[in-house]
Design a protein around this ligand. Sequence first.
Ligand code: M6R
Length: 579
Amino acid sequence: MCGIVGYIGIREAAPIIVEGLKRLEYRGYDSFGIATLNSTLVTMKKCGRISENEHCAVDLEGKVGIGHTRWATHGKPDDLNAHPHTDCTGSIAVVHNGIIENYAELRRELRERGHAFSSETDTEVIAHLIEEHYAGDLFDAVREAITHLEGSYAVLAMAQDDPRIIAARNASPLVIGIGDGELLAASDVTPLLDHTRKVVFLEDGDIATISPEQIIIWNGNGPVERSVSMIEWDVESAKKGGFEHFMIKEIFEQPDVFFHTASSLKDGAVIDAMRECGSMILVSCGTSYHAALIFRYLAEKYCSIPVRVELASEFKYYTPPLQGMVIGVTQSGETADTIAALKKARQFNCTTLGITNVLDSSVTRIADHTIYTRAGPEISVAATKSFIAQLAVFLQIINLLQDNQCEEVMAMVHRQIEDSLLIDLQGAVDACGRADHVFFVGRGPYYPVALEGALKMKEISYIHAEGYAAGELKHGPFALLSEKTPVIALCLPGESYGVMLSNIKEMKARGAPIIGIGIEGDRELEEIVDIMVGLPKCHLFGGILMSSVVLQLLAYHTARMLGRDIDKPRNLAKSVTVE
Ligand code: M6R
């Protein structure tokens, strides 16, 4: 996820683009760049935040321009990898959001045809493809170029000899703002609101020609009409895409995040190293630790690989020998304990892998291999989409280690995450909101799902929540059960189903109200629980993902009902860089 702004009109473009990019820094902030057209096309690119480097744009002149603030996905954050990217002649410039999945192949073919690349990005192939098709009309060239692209894109393009901006969209948002004698384009409405409230949302397959007075939109072989909307949001709500908090916005991004992350991980050196490693040790903290615990159950079940999972903060106290591959799972890539654990693993000559959401973060410099999750910047302190992205990596690893046997299931999971966003949780939210203590229980891979559900609940609602292996409750915590302690019980089909039903009956007999999370229409479960949250029928992978999303939503809505500061819970930081 990055931010895009374009301007064409009666005013100088650069200052408007600079202000617009500042509004978009929540979408990406490791580097930025702007191209403007006066008599020539001039491009400026810079590593770092725009708010600290805006002086770099003062010399840019022209009443048409495009800009970008980057959250790196291909190629480290530096001046060369910052957008805009240009063709071999420097007379075509593009900015892009999204991921071009076939960029490696396109890059190789373009190189064979003589194109010289100056960055490591997937985006640069778009500039060179436009160059190949350019014969005086930028619209025609962009239309041809995008036929070669696989993946998602929101693109703005400019050319030295063409006074227009061309915009194209596929599976990545792009919106046009209509001003008085000027038009703007952006990846969301935030940067437009200082100039206009009249906008047109482009749809997948749209290509728009933007000149100061008009916008013409094509889709397929002909022009199309798109309605004009009036935006009522203020800038803060716009940043959240109209959602009340970043957390809920990020929860709703999860179907796409899952899809992009899983499809970006292919067979190759890392998967080969896993095939050869013999065993794995995963080290991580908090939510990342819960994702790792889920992987353990699945990797051992489906791939027969012995997996150990350790809290990174405890790892230093374990006595070697250490063997196999050591994997640091960390959204931020900066968590001090996880970094320290990987350093220890290196001392014992273990192969190391970092799984992170942040390009070029510390973990990538320590580990032998890196796998990136593709969640985009996560603003809410509570990890949600980064967790789902870690699960996407883990499920895809299992799929690849099994020679793609889970491909169909993976495709279904993506849709099921969407379904789980719509499940009614009001009864469960009311029950949790009234309680001082809540238990979350599950068995097998649903045990770490329960741990994660409890973590979400406690960190944002401040209700005391315990995640427990359902079979452990009778070894002590039963003493706490009463009609005032709701239990969220994960009871989905699988090897633990029967014994979970018995555990639920035991808890109910001790007076605890039970909120069952199971499959819709499961009469046996419905009969013994007080509140039923029904999921669509699913495979184990779908059950894990859907129940995780449901528990995120349960925590969110409970915290919201209690009026908590959801995106910035008390006493917590997004990245924990001290041991
Ligand atoms: O960046 P990391 O994944 O290494 O962070 C680890 C934990 O601090 C983190 O997962 C934390 O538990 C979550 N923000 C909780 O929602």
